[in-house]
Design a protein around this ligand. Structure first.
Ligand SMILES: *Cc1c(COP(=O)(O)O)cnc(C)c1O
Length: 479
């Protein structure tokens, strides 16, 4: 850089507001009521540095006067501070219609689970003490009886998530042994859960049999040797192979396992505690069916259709569950008290099927009445349209929502969408502004329009959407 422009830069920088001055600004004073002064001073320095870099990179001729307008600078710094200091784990409005959205924290919890979380987090809790004897307890026991009752299994254990449940089960039952699995079931879930990789990490040797679309029972049988640890069946949660297809049923695998004295593990992914098809929903495998058929160990997630906190549930024969609990890895994969509190409350809901549907948010979202969704879409459309007037367009139409989260992924549910666009925004720009609203709103883009899927929008969230849209319509999408 030339001497002259260095001198110019210095002069420009000297016109930027001082840290002390900024701290006195009324908007900063407002912020300092919410956040510690030290954090604010740090942020002011960071933001001033950013502005200096912007100025030096901009070149004199394109320097905008905004950079030196103190009010503008304060505004920008306040905005940046607010977004930097705001909590990162926040409630968002899910307008995607995807009920089990992994990016949005999967299952929303029931009131009962929320209450349990408050109770155990306020003080101390009985997570690992037997209240009767006063002795050190086993945390799996907190929910084991409930799981036994609800699945018909002999025993149960709970770990961090279903990935942990499969890792731990494979490590316990097939370490340095063969785990036989069909090539049609080598699933990838959400990019980071890949059966071959989980098997490798568990220390089991993956023995693939069959082809992508056809695997016969005889192929498992041919692969069985003295070094076989288990037969693995994986529910293909997020894809379907159709056409010329054959697979060995769980019944057949269980019979084969018994014949050769090899245990059978069933990774159900989501799993459900009863048959959803009785209620007009697509069928998802039922845990108690796998147990009844004779699977030795069944694994499933706590936060998919079960509707609880993130957890991996392992149910099955006591002999194996005992080994699983004793495995050193179990300690590394264990859940905390918050998980157990929310899981116990969620499982309890299933004891009373009559009340379940009124309390279980995942089921409630999945079973929402189409006519009601239609009515809400009309209502939102008319409110948005009166706000944005001729600055954009709003319409409603019939659509489909996914269940998501690796559950019923090939199925969709009929829904109603409100589609809208602002003429001054791109669809991506508008989606971004919605995500940056307070609270953040996450929506899909469909045919170059924002789609609000009414399925996952609660009645009390509609006003936030209206407020956010009206703010964006006034401010535009450029910032
Ligand atoms: C979702 C899923 C998993 C992973 O479960 P997480 O609880 O997300 O760890 C594993 N296997 C199958 C078949 C799944 O559908």
């Amino acid at each position: 850089m030339q001497e002259k422009s260095k001198a110019t830069l210095k002069k420009i920088f000297s016109q930027l507001p001082q840290v002390d001055k900024l701290l006195q600004h009324s908007e900063m004073l407002e912020l300092s009521r919410q956040y510690p002064r030290e954090l604010i001073v740090d942020q002011i320095r960071i933001q001033l540095d950013k502005i200096r870099t912007q100025i030096s990179q901009a070149g004199e001729e394109q320097l905008s006067t905004d950079a030196l307008n103190h009010d503008q600078v304060v505004k920008q710094i306040c905005r940046e501070i607010e977004s930097a200091l705001r909590p990162k784990v926040r409630r968002v409005i899910n307008a995607t219609g995807i009920v089990l959205h992994t990016g949005l924290g999967r299952a929303p919890l029931s009131r009962q689970a929320q209450q349990a979380l408050i109770e155990v987090s306020e003080g101390f809790s009985s997570v690992e003490i037997e209240l009767d004897s006063g002795k050190r307890g086993d945390r799996h026991k907190l929910v084991e009886d409930l799981l036994i009752k609800l699945t018909g299994a002999e025993a149960a254990a709970v770990v961090n998530n279903n990935a942990a449940a499969t890792l731990l089960t494979l490590n316990t039952m097939a370490f340095e042994k063969g785990a036989i699995v069909s090539r049609g079931e080598l699933v990838t879930i959400g990019g980071s859960y890949r059966i071959p990789d989980v098997m490798k990490k568990s220390g089991a040797r993956m023995i693939e049999v069959g082809t992508t679309n056809q695997t016969g029972l005889w192929e498992y049988e041919e692969a069985i040797t003295d070094a076989t640890g288990l037969l693995l069946k994986v529910h293909t949660s997020n894809y379907k192979i159709i056409g010329f297809v054959a697979e060995a049923s769980l019944e057949d695998l269980v019979a084969l396992g018994r014949k050769h004295n090899v245990p059978v593990m069933h990774d159900l992914g989501s799993g459900m505690l009863f048959d959803l098809s009785r209620f007009g929903l697509p069928k998802e495998p039922v845990v108690s069916e796998s147990i009844r058929i004779g699977a030795d160990v069944v694994t499933f997630s706590g936060d998919k259709l079960l509707g609880g906190p993130q957890a991996g549930i392992i149910v099955g024969k006591k002999k194996y569950i005992d080994q699983i609990k004793k495995n050193q890895l179990a300690r590394a994969l264990r859940c905390g008290k918050l998980t157990f509190a929310a899981l116990e409350a969620t499982l309890r809901l299933f004891l009373d099927k009559e009340k379940l549907f009124g309390h279980h948010p995942v089921l409630k979202f999945m079973l929402r009445d189409e006519a009601e969704l239609h009515r809400q879409a009309i209502d939102l459309q008319s409110k948005l349209s009166s706000i944005i007037g001729d600055r954009g367009e709003v319409a409603f139409e019939k659509g489909l929502s996914e269940v998501g989260g690796g559950s019923l992924a090939t199925e969709s549910l009929p829904t109603w969408l409100v589609l809208f666009m602002l003429s001054q925004c791109t669809p991506e720009g508008l989606a971004r502004k919605l995500r940056l609203s307070e609270p953040p709103i996450v929506a899909r883009i469909l045919n170059n329009k924002i789609a609000f899927d009414m399925r996952t929008i609660r009645e009390d969230e509609v006003d936030f959407i209206i407020h956010a849209v009206s703010k964006i319509a006034n401010e535009g999408c450029s910032t």
